[in-house]
Design a protein. Structure first.
Length: 286
């Protein structure tokens, strides 16, 4: 390929990538979550996993950090494991792990990158929304959502097939963790009868030709944003400046994670928020 061909190919690629950028409103419609409402104790969701164009696994692997910010555990795209770029939160994790101190090792858990799976799906209850993405955590106990779906593939074959595939029926229930907080958990995942993806050929074509990927939806924050989170600061969006602004820590403070800054002379023991793997993933779209 000559230089001109390379330049034109790059231009075409950039033109396409520009068109795929989503507004915040469009992104919000792309999230598929399983949270039950305040007055719901149980419920059911129905989805269809879409096939991939290249025949690869529909279970795409991504890495995220779960850090406490503004009182909530939020997920942050890991640029290191996902894109082989600098990863401030992973750097903090490795630094804390390397000290050999038990308290640092415990604190490091808040910064550990965690593997998630992401599926491209159709929400049967809201088909008008089009393509959605379902993110769920990998379970080291092998009893997570991924481990509940794989046996269905083993028993029924390729359930993503557009003609003979199957919808998944997800049964949800509310339960409580040891601290009394309610959360949604997946009780069972069952397969429905074999059916076409849709009886409308135009709808099938539109869904299959959708060029979005999970990285368009679960986007990464700027490096400076992740560094600020690691310092315990809360980045704020400034509409006038059109960018994030970061609160400056004073020289008299040390801070880690999303917790409050800790004064150098404080005598209280440092604590960290540990995200429990055993409990449901409140997969908010952040």
């Amino acid at each position: 390929m000559g230089a001109l061909d390379a330049i034109m190919a790059q231009y075409e690629k950039n033109q396409k990538s520009g068109k795929s950028q989503m507004t915040e409103e469009e992104r919000m419609k792309r999230y598929f979550t399983l949270l039950l409402g305040d007055k719901e104790s149980s419920g059911q969701r129905r989805i269809r996993i879409l096939p991939t164009k290249d025949g690869s696994s529909p279970f795409k692997e991504g890495w995220f950090h779960e850090v406490r910010v503004k009182g909530y555990t939020q997920k942050f795209y890991d640029p290191g494991l996902n894109d082989n770029e600098a990863s401030p939160l992973t750097d903090i994790y490795n630094s804390l792990k390397s000290t050999g101190r038990k308290e640092d090792e415990e604190m490091a858990k808040e910064y550990r990158p965690r593997k998630f799976y992401v599926l491209k799906v159709i929400d049967r209850d809201r088909e008008e929304d089009g393509i959605k993405y379902w993110r769920f955590k990998d379970s080291y106990k092998k009893d997570g959502i991924y481990d509940k779906i794989i046996p269905i593939f083993r028993a029924k074959g390729d359930i993503t097939d557009i003609d003979t595939g199957r919808d998944l029926v997800i049964e949800l229930v509310k339960t409580k963790n040891p601290k009394g907080k309610e959360y949604t958990t997946v009780a069972t995942i069952m397969q429905d009868d074999a059916t076409p993806l849709s009886t409308n050929a135009d709808t099938v074509k539109k869904w299959l030709e959708d060029e979005s990927t999970w990285k368009d939806v679960y986007t990464k924050k700027p490096k400076e944003y992740l560094e600020a989170i690691g310092r315990g600061e809360t980045p704020q969006w400034d509409n006038n400046l059109g960018k994030f602004v970061y609160l400056n820590s004073t020289s008299d403070e040390n801070s880690f994670g999303g917790g409050a800054p800790v004064a150098k002379n404080a005598t209280t023991q440092q604590t960290s928020v540990v995200v429990e793997d055993d409990y449901s993933d409140d997969d908010l779209p952040f």
